[in-house]
Design a protein around this ligand. Structure first.
Ligand SMILES: Nc1ncnc2c1ncn2[C@@H]1O[C@H](COP(=O)(O)OP(=O)(O)O)[C@@H](O)[C@H]1O
Ligand SMILES: O=C(CO)[C@@H](O)[C@H](O)COP(=O)(O)O
Length: 547
């Protein structure tokens, strides 16, 4: 163990995301010491609870999408085993741990009694796993995740109960969205009242992660809590109106306490000390949503737009609370993890596009390309703006625009066509996905000319420099990437650094980013025109869907 250093102070960040659990260990200088990813679809690592994609699409209703809680639990054990078995550093040097989770998903606890076994775990029980210890803890095993879009009826009820969509937006920062936890909970309460009654605690995936690390129920954090349609984002409290609409005595099931993303919760559970060698002094810091966590890591100032190209594609920006629009828009406002409103008067804008990496993978396969390099070669065969061809790829019910599904291809004359040849299809996909990001930022009144200096890109696809060049050209802004693409996990590690070292509440640690693509001026007006055509064609698709 040559690299071990007894005085080293290390910080662990975790990201319990859609397809994997990621972990990153950094030192006091914010340098990466180690990175790990446990894929939910990898049979060689998740022996008992592997899932083909990390999630299950219901065969009778493809709008219902869940992940068994055991997948999360096994992945946590496997990640800590990997940490224990590596020889790079000593786990007892980890002084703080925090993390994040895919947003909106919910975990249903029947009882906390078995959590005691994690908190007060005794050596000698080494062979039991988290799944073994928590066998009777859950009132339902399948956790609805953010890809679920089965709660349209519940969304309508929620909006109606508070008056209308506009009112819900003014209270919670979002109109009703199917994946938001409020309507998901309402569905459990309406369709399976016996399960709702048996449920003692409902958690987001982020505070579920903190709960396992602590060995006791951890509170929901305000930034991730903003993705539930249940929180009053100005008051930083639950909205009683929304709670009452979604379930009986819901506050009790969610916990009254809400915390800011930088809150020390207590020491790590003895399970992790006894089994994996963590230090019993290691502190657990509150966990948040993967998007706020990435934003925390990468947004050095409010003029940075962060784009995550993961399973979903997301766009994040800061907007002053005073500029909160009077009219609801298609996007979400969250309690800002950087500088929490009202101190700094900033909210975090989040735009989420459901059809992200999985559609890019599918189109790559459809066009006969084996890998991302092959896809780049196809991209190289067509010019910027694709000779006027535009495509919309909503394989799954999209979020932006809301609930539209299908593929729509248009030629340079704006006529709909049945299919596109391979090279044109690949470019239509990439340009269409990236144009949508600019369009929805504009629709959310973000002034790209005056209020945005740079774009920082993260997530699995952020290593693809061809995508980043197109992004720079479409936005006419420089595009940066961080050295570690797993910024959600990194944000967790950085929050642990900030909390353990008690950095002032308004300054957060951020990582250095390097320029990955510069905008090429000759394409700016081409993409400005394309954006106008894209917006009109999208309107047409949405209007036709309504008829
Ligand atoms: N070179 C690449 N080009 C484009 N996409 C990539 C590349 N490498 C990985 N990806 C995509 O990254 C995705 C995973 O991103 P990630 O941010 O880790 O997802 P999540 O956090 O949602 O689990 C994969 O689905 C894959 O399609
Ligand atoms: O629903 C949203 C945000 O509103 C998603 O962004 C989830 O948070 C999942 O994130 P990834 O696993 O795609 O990073």
């Amino acid at each position: 163990m040559s690299n071990k250093n007894a005085s080293q102070r290390l910080y662990l960040g975790l990201d319990l995301s859609t397809q994997q659990l990621k972990g990153i260990v950094i030192d006091e200088q914010l340098q990466t010491i180690a990175e790990y990813a446990i894929s939910f679809n990898d049979k060689s690592t998740l022996v008992h609870h592997v899932q083909p994609n990390g999630f299950i699409v219901d065969k009778d209703d493809n709008r219902c999408v869940t992940t068994p809680v055991y997948v999360f639990l096994e992945a946590i054990d496997v990640l800590f085993q990997k940490l224990r078995d590596q020889k790079k550093f000593d786990l007892s040097n980890i002084v703080g741990v925090s993390g994040c989770g895919q947003q909106h998903g919910s975990v249903y606890w029947k009882t906390s009694s078995e959590l005691e076994k994690i908190k007060n775990f005794h050596a000698g029980e080494e062979n039991v796993s988290l799944v073994d210890l928590l066998q009777s803890s859950f009132s339902r095993i399948d956790c609805p995740i953010w890809m679920d879009s089965s709660t349209t009826e519940e969304c309508q009820i929620l909006e109606k109960t508070v008056g209308n969509a506009e009112n819900l937006f003014q209270i919670t920062g979002s109109k009703a969205y199917e994946r938001f936890t409020g309507s998901q909970i309402m569905k459990v309460a309406r369709k399976t009242p016996e399960i709702y009654a048996q449920t003692e605690r409902i958690q987001l995936i982020s505070n579920f992660l903190a709960t396992i690390l602590l060995g006791e129920y951890a509170p929901i954090d305000l930034s991730d809590g903003s993705g539930m349609n249940l929180l009053d984002i100005r008051q930083h409290q639950w909205s009683n109106e929304c709670l009452n609409a979604c379930g009986k005595e819901l506050e009790k099931k969610l916990s009254t306490k809400l915390v800011y993303p930088r809150t020390a919760l207590g020491p790590i559970a003895s399970y992790f000390v006894e089994r994996y060698g963590l230090n019993k002094q290691c502190q657990v810091v509150s966990c948040t949503g993967d998007n706020p966590s990435s934003y925390y890591a990468l947004a050095s100032d409010p003029k940075t737009v962060v784009i995550s190209l993961g399973t979903s594609d997301t766009v994040m920006a800061s907007i002053p609370a005073s500029a909160m629009p009077k009219e609801a828009f298609a996007g979400h406002l969250l309690v800002n993890p950087l500088k929490a409103y009202p101190e700094s008067n900033l909210l975090m804008l989040l735009l989420c596009f459901k059809n992200g990496s999985l559609v890019r993978e599918r189109v790559r396969e459809e066009t006969g390309t084996k890998d991302w390099k092959g896809m780049s070669e196809l991209l190289g065969q067509t010019p910027s703006a694709n000779k006027g061809v535009i495509g919309f790829f909503y394989d799954d019910h999209e979020i932006l625009p809301h609930n539209v599904q299908g593929r729509f291809y248009f030629n340079a004359d704006g006529e709909q066509v049945n299919d596109l040849e391979a090279a044109s299809k690949v470019r239509a996909l990439v340009e269409g996905q990236l144009l949508a990001k600019r369009l929805y930022l504009q629709r959310a009144n973000v002034d790209l000319n005056n209020n945005v200096d740079q774009i920082v890109v993260t997530g699995g696809a952020s290593v693809n420099t061809d995508l980043l060049q197109i992004l720079a050209d479409i936005f006419a802004k420089p595009v940066y990437t961080a050295s570690a693409p797993n910024s959600g996990a990194l944000g967790g590690a950085l929050r642990a650094v900030d909390v353990i070292n008690q950095k002032p509440n308004t300054v957060s640690s951020t990582v250095e980013c390097v320029v990955a693509a510069k905008p090429r001026g000759e394409y700016t007006s081409l993409y400005d025109d394309m954006l106008n055509r894209y917006a009109k064609l999208e309107d047409k698709i949405v209007q036709e869907k309504k008829q």
